[in-house]
Every structure is written in structure tokens, then in C-alpha cells.
Design a protein around this ligand. Structure first.
Ligand SMILES: Nc1ncnc2c1ncn2[C@@H]1O[C@H](COP(=O)(O)OP(=O)(O)OP(=O)(O)O)[C@@H](O)[C@H]1O
Length: 233
């Protein structure tokens, strides 16, 4: 299949994605193009297919049909280990809950992906500390995730997602468990950090207030990407 080119350089594209869970359709011909450094909010009602689209884009689940292309590579043509390596080197993830390893300190959590990518402990921890400082949570470096607030934990999770300087950050309801003040702060710091490193962000949210931090909003409805609102912010 030829990927229709919407103009400009593309980083990540989903074209005509289809995915069902048993007899439940989740994606029904979803197409979405992401450019380098672009922050895109994926909105839509509960059950519309937003998370499934994000998981397909990130190579976490395989669509039943259609294709996902990252730079010049088709994710469906890669082996599981190639896709895992790509996720570690080029993608970062922020979820709503439970993403930090409870036994590790916040510093060790942020250093972990750097260690997995081959950095030595001392280098990984010093980079992790820089990221905790940028996310304004340096003071919790030595604490375990269970000892910090929800907002602090999410900022640690953002530091961890960005520490490897990924090209794409996938964020699935990253503020869903936070009050509005903490949610705003996490979104401001996440988008500032992504703009600093040039990472694109695919942000799943159902909150307009959160989507307002994006360059562009798309709406998922019944497994299609129905509408693109170019919000020239
Ligand atoms: N693992 C699964 N097994 C079975 N059905 C699933 C699974 N994951 C998603 N679904 C179904 O697929 C459809 C799309 O789900 P998805 O989680 O992608 O939507 P969503 O827009 O992210 O929803 P929410 O906003 O509630 O998180 C829904 O009907 C959902 O019930």
C-alpha cells in the first residue's frame, strides 16, 4: 500500500488501521500522520479506539490490517525484538498509573531506561538527576514512588520517558489521575521538555484543557480518525 503523503516530512504514520478484539471492533480504517516534533492530541469518547490507536502506533499491538510506518520502516515488517529495540531507543511512554518500578528510587527509575540502553550507572544517574531537576522533582530523587504525591510521580514518569531523548513520546491520559493544578503542571513540563528535545508527542486525552497544550487535535470516533482541527497555536 502507498502511504498518502499529506505534505511535509513525516515521522510516524498510521494508514487505514483495522483492529478488533474478538467481535469488538476497535479501529476501523484509522489514518493519522505525525510530523517530527509535533504535539498531537488524540481525543474521543470512551471506547472510541484512542488507546488502541496509540498502542498500534507504538508497535505494542499489531493491527489486523493497514500499516504503521516510522521514518522509512514499516513496523509490521519488523521482528518482535527489532520493535522492542526501536521502542527502547526512539520511543518514550507516559501512562496514567503504575508505571514506575516501586522497589526503585525515583532517580533509579529515571536512570533505568538509560541503563537498559547501555549507559554506565554513574552517567545514567547524573543524566537522570538533570531530568528530575528539569521536571522540578529533584527533591524526590532518593524516595520510592510510594512515598511521593501523584503529581510528583507523574513528573518522575515524564522525566523517565524523556531521559533517553526519544523521537516520539506516547502519553495515554497522563493527567487522568491528577487534580487540575497538577495536571496543568505536568502538561506544561511535558510539552516544554518535548519541545526542548524536539520529540513528537502523541497525547491521548478526553480533556480539552489537556489537549490545549497540543499543536493539533484529532478526534477518534467509532475507530476512525474523523476530524482534524488545525489549531494554529
Ligand atoms: N484487550 C481488549 N479486549 C477486548 N476488547 C478491548 C480490549 N481493549 C479495548 N477493547 C475494546 O475496543 C474498543 C476500543 O477501546 P480503546 O481502549 O482503544 O478505546 P479508548 O478510546 O482508548 O477508550 P477509553 O477512553 O475508555 O480508554 C472498546 O470497545 C473496548 O471495549
Amino acid at each position: 500500500m502507498t502511504v498518502p503523503h499529506p505534505g511535509g516530512q513525516l515521522l510516524l504514520s498510521a494508514v487505514d488501521l483495522r483492529k478488533s478484539y474478538g467481535s469488538t471492533p476497535a479501529l476501523n480504517g484509522a489514518t493519522l500522520h505525525i510530523r517530527p516534533g509535533e504535539i498531537v492530541a488524540v481525543m474521543g469518547a470512551s471506547g472510541s479506539g484512542k488507546s488502541t490507536l496509540l498502542h498500534c502506533l507504538a508497535g505494542i499491538i499489531r493491527p489486523d490490517g493497514g500499516e504503521v510506518r516510522y521514518r522509512d520502516r514499516q513496523l509490521g515488517a519488523m521482528s518482535d525484538s527489532e520493535r522492542s529495540a526501536l521502542r527502547r531507543s526512539d520511543f518514550g511512554f507516559v501512562f496514567q498509573f503504575g508505571q514506575l518500578v516501586p522497589e526503585l528510587t525515583c532517580l533509579e527509575n529515571v536512570a533505568l531506561p538509560l541503563r537498559l540502553n547501555g549507559s554506565r550507572r554513574r552517567d545514567a544517574e547524573s543524566r537522570a538527576m538533570e531530568w528530575l531537576t528539569r521536571l522540578q522533582v529533584a527533591d524526590v530523587a532518593g524516595k520510592r514512588p510510594g512515598e511521593v504525591s501523584g503529581g510528583q510521580g507523574q513528573r518522575v514518569a515524564v522525566a523517565r520517558a524523556l531521559a533517553t531523548e526519544p523521537r516520539v513520546v506516547f502519553a495515554d491520559e497522563p493527567t487522568g489521575a491528577l487534580d487540575s493544578l497538577n495536571g496543568e503542571q505536568v502538561m506544561r513540563l511535558l510539552t516544554e521538555a518535548a519541545r526542548h528535545t524536539g520529540a513528537a508527542v502523541v497525547l491521548v486525552t478526553h480533556e480539552a484543557r489537556v489537549a490545549a497544550y497540543a499543536d493539533r487535535e484529532v478526534l477518534v470516533r467509532d475507530g476512525h480518525v474523523r476530524e482534524t482541527l488545525l489549531a494554529d497555536r
